[in-house]
Design a protein around this ligand. Structure first.
Ligand code: DQA
Length: 147
């Protein structure tokens, strides 16, 4: 049974009310509920965290590095500048898929740079909730040797 960390970075707790024209009307609870349903269908275990604090996300990765087989992460704005988070992903040597609700390549220039992408096995951007769903499916295929 695969064990996956689902990580939501800063400001994603405000999903549903935060810039809904960009991020949609689903709340973080809605997103987590759909992910939890998919996890049940696929018979995998998940642990979910949202934090607005870089260090908390890094601690969570460290704490779960022996438990988990892989990671689905939306690093939020940390995507664009957090070398500390990037180092944590590299350091724990688990496959990670980076996901974004919005299409970061069709927004401000600073969002086009991801410092975490290079240490992830895949990046999925611009598909709303489906970015998480496709990201989790991609990770499971990878873990099952189907990628
Ligand atoms: C985001 C895109 C980031 O640029 C932004 O800072 C976020 C959310 C997304 O899911 O589209 O907080 O990661």
């Amino acid at each position: 049974m695969h064990k996956i960390l689902i990580i939501h970075g800063p400001n994603l707790n405000l999903l549903g009310e935060r810039e809904p024209d960009i991020y949609g009307r689903l709340t973080l609870d809605d997103v987590n509920q759909r992910i939890t349903e998919l996890a049940a269908e696929k018979k995998i275990k998940i642990k979910i965290i949202q934090s607005n604090h870089e260090g908390r996300l890094i601690d969570f990765l460290h704490e779960n590095r022996k438990w988990a087989d892989g990671i689905v992460i939306n690093p939020g704005a940390f995507t664009h500048y957090s070398y500390a988070l990037r180092d944590a992903i590299t350091g724990i040597q688990l496959p990670a898929v980076e996901v974004h609700l919005s299409d970061i390549y069709k927004r401000e220039d600073f969002r086009k740079i991801s410092v975490t992408k290079e240490v992830c096995i895949q990046q999925i951007s611009g598909k709303g909730l489906n970015s998480y769903i496709e990201g989790l499916q991609y990770l499971l295929n990878y873990l099952n040797g189907n990628v």
